[in-house]
Design a protein around this ligand. Structure first.
Ligand code: AMP
Length: 423
């Protein structure tokens, strides 16, 4: 008998019913028993069209005498039995069944990889699996260090540097998603070691902002970070970073007067201060930031240049959901309708790109068009829609040279940003 974990997902028809029917059929396989089933979780469709509903996902622990290949064959038969009837030809499927773990076995065939590669990379597998396989999940990030003291972090770094290893660093506030993971993968590709900080930095939040409710889940983040190649997570608490009598701040002028700074006074001072401290603690060779936060990346680059910080800053492209919405930890706050509406930010940027491609150079006309599109969504309120010089962030009336088109809007109560650079 082998103990296995299965992943179940459905995004068509009566999704809960399909999960239940699939579990019944798995339980009816030769001498196979369903031992435990996770809760059902609603997750974003990934790689599917925006109009399709989210997935319902679950995980199940089973025992079976079937070999992995025989089990796979039976699961495919259940998929096609439940899928074939009503939904012929559609890309979305009423039921998707995967073998996540088959005992301790490692299998690498073109049509079957066990443990399933998505186990550690995707929330929709990880969340249900956590319900029924806590210790197994913990072991997935066991090889990675999680350090919360500055002195221990320095020791870790010193040991790496003595061996001549280079350090790639990705600062984050946690609630990791594929955007963060793309930075981690790049950091690991370019360097011998990758360090990720997870720190919800209190001094970059305004008094009415979401500091307290910002999502925090170290275990989940550690597994995701590990799967992308992280060697060490730095996870200090606020007292470690800002002890009593803390008095020192780092501040970049001018390019922090505009865009996000107008509605978030003090935000960039908080960001540059924490990033300088992290650079001093970790001493990376290269630090990685996302273009999604264009202004932040520009401010950090300027700070590193002006203060002669001995490192390189790399800015990586924005990773998006299938409908174009830029991935963000704050997307989790959106209701189902707001989530659909939120795609309008990307659509407005695409519209701007199209207008520029067709020869439009007048910023006002482009901004007017973007605003019109966004405000068609009842849930949307615009914070800013701007066309600016991509280096100085000064608004421009006529598009010439490297230009930033930047948007910030509230969708319901959630503030989202997005941008595009045109040359
Ligand atoms: P945060 O955890 O939101 O502070 O983000 C940490 C880093 O991840 C920042 O450099 C962000 O710009 C970057 N990041 C956030 N979202 C994305 C995304 N969708 N694509 C690429 N990078 C991102």
């Amino acid at each position: 008998m082998a103990v296995c974990y299965l992943g179940l997902g459905s995004n068509l028809g009566n999704r809960r019913k399909f999960i239940r029917l699939a579990l019944e059929r798995v339980g009816a396989l030769e001498k196979t028993k369903v031992i435990k089933v996770s809760q059902l979780y609603e997750t974003e469709p990934q790689g599917f069209i925006a109009a399709s509903p989210g997935f319902i996902n679950a995980a199940a622990k089973i025992s079976t005498p079937l070999s992995a290949l025989k089990l796979l064959k039976e699961l495919k038969a259940i998929e096609s039995e439940l899928g074939r009837k009503k939904f012929k030809g559609l890309r979305s499927r009423p039921i998707d069944l995967d073998i996540l773990f088959y005992g301790n076995k490692r299998i690498s065939l073109p049509y079957l990889k066990v443990p399933h590669p998505r186990v550690t990379e995707r929330d929709f597998v990880l969340r249900p699996l956590k319900d029924i396989a806590g210790p197994l999940i913990k072991s997935l990030s066991a090889k990675m260090k999680v350090i919360s003291k500055i002195s221990s972090m320095r020791e870790f770094i010193r040991a790496q540097k003595i061996k001549g290893r280079t350090i790639g660093f990705v600062p984050t506030m946690g609630a990791l998603h594929q955007g963060h993971l793309s930075l981690i993968r790049q950091a690991k590709k370019d360097n011998d070691r990758c360090v990720v900080s997870i720190f919800v930095n209190p001094i970059q939040f305004g008094p009415k902002e979401d500091y307290k409710k910002y999502p925090r889940d170290l275990e989940r983040d550690s597994i995701l970070a590990r799967s992308a190649g992280c060697d060490c997570v730095f996870f200090p608490d606020a007292g470690e970073m800002y002890p009593e009598n803390y008095l020192t701040y780092v501040f970049v002028e001018k390019i922090t007067d505009c865009l996000c700074a107008r509605l978030r006074p003090g935000h960039f001072k908080g960001v540059t201060t924490v990033v300088s401290k992290l650079f001093n603690i970790i001493g990376p060779d290269i630090a990685y930031f996302g273009q999604k936060d264009y202004q932040q990346a520009l401010v950090i680059k300027k700070m590193a240049e002006d203060l002669n910080m001995p490192l390189k800053i790399k800015v990586m492209p924005t990773i998006r959901e299938s409908d174009g919405l830029a991935m963000s930890s704050r997307n989790a706050y959106l209701s189902a309708q707001e989530r659909l509406d939120a795609a309008v930010l990307h659509q407005a940027l695409q519209k701007a790109k199209e207008m520029i491609f067709q020869g439009e150079r007048n910023s006002r006309k482009i901004i007017r068009e973007m605003r019109k599109m966004i405000l068609k969504k009842k849930s949307a309120k615009i914070d800013y829609a701007l066309v600016a010089d991509a280096r100085t962030l000064v608004p421009v009336n006529v598009i010439r040279g490297k230009t930033l088109i930047a948007l910030a809007a509230r969708i319901g109560k959630t503030r989202l940003i997005d941008n595009m650079v045109v040359c």
